[in-house]
Design a protein around this ligand. Structure first.
Ligand code: A3P
Ligand code: MG
Ligand code: MG
Length: 380
């Protein structure tokens, strides 16, 4: 019940090439048996400090401290005077994850035969967030995506490219929206301590440059995956199980007052929450429900393994199997299409709601994303 498995013809448009293969995103096509998804294994972690500097360790991991049942956290506190916001105009692409790979390559290839030290031993390297977007695609009606893929030394690297629509939205956020984006981080500050022996400090500065990321390895059908995702905190009990089972995802959401609001929460919010945490094997989400003024009025725990039961009474609701089968078929398409092994070639997959997934090919373009230092390291 927890869903984990134990145990081309082309036409030319200037410099670029438009591919002929495509993928339909209609839900019915993916409603079949749940694919093999192996229990994710944490193979490492890294931290980004208050200046977004990389460290190959868990120094930014925080510890969950259970709040009162009705805690009255004011999420607006500190927005004006104790908030340092990460510059989301800076595109980091896969760089932090590639740095981790550079520092830990021996750990990965040690699982392989001795003569294959140049091989990472995985098919795909990406961010968890990119996979979350793939999982939710059959149910997404508003936001499309662009995913750049480079095949390099037998591994497919997937890195998101911001769409024009997403860029417009980022540049034109309302003041209310800007503030509400802070609320989620403020909730983390109210519920997380820096170490096992301390308590949350709601008087401190919220700095969204800081992050702790887990790196996990798993397999979806015949696709070997290595991906990284930000983890909000871990269980504060020192006797908690090893990662990723001890990790806790924190969320905020508007309080639920009507049956319509409950239904929308099940149909849209829980889909996103499930996809994000299921992928790396994070077992629970702690949700703070807040009122219109940003005051948390209740806190509730959701077990990822129970979410599919929770939504079963919703008419025409999302299904985990559709999400996983679509992602699996997309990765198969990537393997079929992105055949040229070169650090400077990008296969750009693009999707808009109510359309099929299509792609174009770009050589030595603005889309190339593997840094020189990484290409050099892997060519050694
Ligand atoms: P909430 O999840 O409570 O909304 P995450 O939950 O993934 O750890 O992200 C932490 C917070 O970052 C979110 O808290 C939200 O405030 C902000 N955030 C994350 N993704 C966002 C997005 N796509 N747009 C706006 N804010 C986002
Ligand atoms: Mg987070
Ligand atoms: Mg969170």
């Amino acid at each position: 019940p927890n869903h984990y498995h134990q145990h081309q013809s082309v036409s030319h448009h200037g410099q670029n090439t438009v591919g002929s293969q495509s993928l339909c995103t209609r839900r019915e096509l993916y409603d079949r048996g749940f694919p093999v998804y192996k229990q994710p294994v944490e193979v490492g972690c890294f931290s980004l400090d208050s200046h977004r500097r990389f460290f190959n360790d868990s120094r930014q991991l925080r510890f969950y401290v259970e709040p009162d049942r009705s805690p009255n956290f004011n999420l607006r506190d500190g927005y004006k005077d104790r908030f340092l916001k990460r510059d989301d105009g800076v595109k980091e692409r896969l760089d932090h994850l590639l740095r981790w790979i550079k520092a830990n390559r021996s750990k990965l290839s040690s699982r392989l035969p001795a003569d294959s030290s140049r091989d990472l031993g995985v098919d795909f390297v990406t961010w968890r967030g990119h996979l979350t977007k793939l999982l939710t695609t059959p149910y997404e009606t508003k936001e499309g995506w662009l995913l750049a893929v480079t095949r390099f030394r037998g591994t497919w690297y997937i890195s998101e490219v911001e769409t024009e629509a997403a860029q417009r939205e980022r540049m034109n956020r309302t003041e209310r929206h800007e503030e509400m984006m802070y609320w989620g981080y403020k909730f983390e500050q109210y519920t997380c301590a820096d170490n096992l022996h301390s308590l949350p400090d709601s008087g401190g500065v919220v700095n969204t440059n800081e992050a702790f990321c887990t790196v996990v390895q798993t397999r979806l059908a015949d696709h070997r995956l290595l991906f990284s995702g930000e983890v909000d905190c871990r269980d504060g009990d020192p006797k908690a199980p090893p990662p990723p089972a001890c990790y806790v995802e924190l969320k905020t959401s508007a309080e639920i007052c009507t049956p319509k609001q409950r239904s929308n929460f099940h149909r849209f919010k829980l889909l996103k929450w499930w996809a994000q945490s299921f992928l790396p094997g994070v077992p629970r989400v702690v949700a703070g429900f807040r009122d219109q003024d940003g005051v948390v009025v209740s806190v509730e725990t959701f077990l990822i393994s129970k979410i599919s039961q929770l939504i079963k009474n919703e008419y025409n609701c999302w299904k985990p199997t559709v999400c996983m089968n679509f992602c699996c078929d997309f990765l198969s398409l990537v393997k079929r299409v992105a055949t040229e092994d070169s650090h400077s070639v990008v296969y750009l997959f693009s999707w808009e709601p109510r359309r099929d997934v299509t792609y174009s090919v770009h050589r030595d373009s603005q889309y190339s994303f593997l840094p020189h230092w990484f290409v050099e390291e892997m060519t050694k």
